[in-house]
Design a protein around this ligand. Structure first.
Ligand code: UDP
Ligand code: MG
Length: 168
């Protein structure tokens, strides 16, 4: 069954120049990239993304990690991959949450580390279920950013919306 999944290259992946490596690994899945962008992550976006983990002792540090505070690189690369069994395929390539337990050849097994504080710095995020994927993709992307109609969308007319446009 065709599915879509959200992948984030977290700030440690970017700071350590792992983007090319990670994309090459992901290309083994033969899935299609239907959305991609660089994002400066606000505290609100990070907290909403990881809202199910609120209350965990590592939550405040996890938010600072996703925002790039721990790596002085305030951005992540967000992508939507699409195709047969996308969620399982990407989770398998990503490897287990704990880099020490991840298969050594997986992305997290190859490049992840555990900080001295105990936080798993594991290079990428990948959605873990169709429901999570839908919630996460809708959080990170607008319908127009994605090249395939994966979820129903509608047109609205907005007035007096402040947005940045090119000056010249
Ligand atoms: N995390 C952590 N310690 C834990 C569990 C999670 O540092 O004991 C971090 C880790 O960066 C992980 C993220 O919180 O990727 C989200 O946790 P989740 O359980 O959703 O794991 P994932 O879906 O990323 O494998
Ligand atoms: Mg998760």
């Amino acid at each position: 069954m065709n599915q879509q999944t959200l992948i984030l290259i977290k700030p440690d992946g970017l700071v350590r120049s792992l983007t090319g490596n990670i994309l090459t690994r992901l290309s083994e899945t033969k899935l299609e990239i239907i959305g991609a962008k660089m994002v400066r992550v606000s505290k609100g976006l990070a907290e909403e993304h990881y809202r199910d983990l609120k209350g965990q002792p590592f939550f405040p540090e996890l938010i600072r990690y996703l925002q790039g505070d721990l790596h002085k690189r305030p951005k992540v690369m967000a992508m939507v991959y699409w195709g047969p069994d996308a969620i399982t395929k990407v989770r398998e390539l990503a490897g287990a949450t704990n880099p020490e337990e991840a298969v050594p050849t997986s992305i997290r097994g190859s490049f992840g580390r555990i900080r001295t504080t105990g936080l798993f710095e594991n290079v990428i995020h990948a959605s873990s279920s169709p429901a999570d994927a839908e919630r996460e993709i809708k959080l990170w992307f607008n319908p127009d950013d994605i090249l395939t109609e994966i979820y129903p969308s509608k047109e609205v007319v907005e007035r007096e919306i402040k947005r940045r446009v090119w000056a010249g």
